[in-house]
Design a protein around this ligand. Structure first.
Ligand SMILES: *[C@@H]1O[C@H](CO)[C@@H](O)[C@H](O)[C@H]1NC(C)=O
Ligand SMILES: *[C@@H]1O[C@H](CO)[C@@H](O)[C@H](O)[C@H]1NC(C)=O
Ligand SMILES: *[C@@H]1O[C@H](CO)[C@@H](O)[C@H](O)[C@H]1NC(C)=O
Length: 399
């Protein structure tokens, strides 16, 4: 008997630990499941009924809240004083009704290192339209030698411009600030020394003055030279990754948008600090390709055409676009460029087409390009001979 009892006891003892183990393992998961459920409900609740700002912390004590805040889905963030005043100013500028003046002028703003090689060509373009244009030249390296009286006294105070750096944006803003002072300037076109006009003055004038949008090139490049390779998290919280855009720098904008660019310091500062070559170790960001597309994508996406009016040939797929030589110039080439009516955005890397834009003006189909680049100075004579026939060219889409 005693032996048997001992045996039972032994059995009992032997059975006890596994039983306890079994009981405790079956209890713990329940506990965890209940806890996880409670937290999930709280998180779903906070997500579905987002309270103002971070007050979702109503559910947790303040200490716990700090830990849970990181896990919660993004809430409406707190707007800083600087961002609030920036929003107020930008909204006010965008809500102004544009001045419609009969005597409106177009400001032609040239970004060049020095002498403009095509002054003679531009002189022909401007001839006879003296009260409808103004010219501003930003020569970043050397004072230009003028070959045409049209360009006399057009230089503004300039500063060094380094390709790809913020100094490029600074020069654009400097040109805008100078041109904006003339209240008759209604539209502002940025051009380079290698740009030429593709249409006569009357067509260019009407196209730009009639347009109800600004021509700022803007698209979402998902390739390595787009958002993934260039956006920096340091731009948060004002500029999120989803807002980051790319586009050619050669803009053509309405007066209202010129003022907006001059008034902006918040976004400009973000790009000056966090969009530059050699960012975050290996990122090469170029403000002149990203600042304006991103800014307008954020504040006035419906107010821009998302395309440029300056033709450029990227088909060689090099760091710089193709530049036309004297032997390339023909009537046929210029006619082709002036009648293109589709604009394409191609992502970097695998070169896939992001979108085709059918060019239009206030909803009516029109040629895409008023200007073209890049042309070597040696093309001048050839361009001059083709100029008059091209300017008289009948283009069906022009009313
Ligand atoms: C430009 O793109 C934005 C955003 O994709 C869009 O809202 C806007 O309508 C586009 N502009 C035009 C003129 O199509
Ligand atoms: C002009 O366009 C036509 C039709 O697309 C093309 O066949 C021709 O090669 C182009 N010419 C030049 C000089 O670009
Ligand atoms: C510009 O005009 C087109 C065609 O009338 C219209 O669809 C578009 O909304 C206008 N855009 C703006 C910013 O007024």
């Amino acid at each position: 008997m005693k032996r048997n009892q001992t045996w039972q006891l032994e059995i009992g003892e032997k059975h006890m630990p596994p039983q306890r183990l079994h009981r405790s393992t079956s209890k713990k998961p329940n506990w965890i499941i209940i806890l996880v459920c409670l937290i999930s409900i709280a998180m779903i609740g906070a997500y579905v009924f987002p309270p103002q700002r971070y007050s979702s912390c109503y559910f947790f004590s303040t200490n716990m809240c700090d830990q849970f805040k990181d896990w919660l889905p993004p809430m409406e963030r707190v707007i800083s004083d600087e961002e609030l005043s920036s929003q107020v100013v930008i909204n006010e500028i965008l809500s102004m009704t544009p001045v419609k003046s009969e005597t409106g002028k177009i400001a032609f703003m040239f970004l060049t290192p020095s002498t403009l090689p095509f002054e003679k060509l531009w002189e022909k373009f401007f001839l006879g339209h003296e009260d409808r244009y103004s010219i501003y030249v930003h020569a970043s390296k050397k004072k230009p030698v003028n070959r045409s009286p049209v360009f006399a006294n057009t230089n503004i105070r300039s500063d060094n411009v380094v390709w790809g750096k913020i100094s490029m944006v600074d020069a654009e803003r400097r040109l805008l600030a100078n041109a904006f002072q003339d209240p008759n300037n209604q539209h502002f076109v940025l051009l380079s020394d290698s740009c030429i006009p593709l249409h006569n003055f009357n067509r260019v004038y009407r196209y730009l003055m009639e347009s109800n949008v600004s021509f700022i090139d803007c698209f979402d490049d998902t390739g390595p030279h787009g958002t993934s390779g260039r956006y920096s998290e340091n731009m948060m919280p004002e500029v999120e990754m989803k807002d980051f855009r790319k586009g050619s720098q050669w803009f053509s904008i309405k007066r209202q948008h010129a003022l907006l660019i001059l008034a902006d310091s918040l976004y400009y500062k973000k790009f000056r600090l966090f969009c530059r070559p050699g960012m975050d170790g290996d990122k090469n960001c170029y403000s002149d390709e990203h600042y304006l597309p991103t800014l307008f994508n954020m504040v006035d996406p419906g107010g821009i055409a998302n395309r440029s009016i300056t033709y450029v040939d990227w088909t060689e797929r090099k760091w710089h676009p193709k530049a036309f030589k004297a032997k390339d110039i023909s009537y046929e080439l210029l006619r082709n460029l002036s009648t293109v009516d589709q604009f394409v955005h191609i992502a970097s890397g695998k070169n896939q087409v992001v979108e085709w834009i059918t060019c239009s003006l206030n909803g009516v189909k029109r040629p895409c390009f008023l200007f073209a680049r890049k042309f070597f100075p040696e093309t001048l004579d050839s361009l001059m001979t083709h100029f008059s026939p091209i300017f008289q060219l009948h283009i069906d889409q022009w009313v």
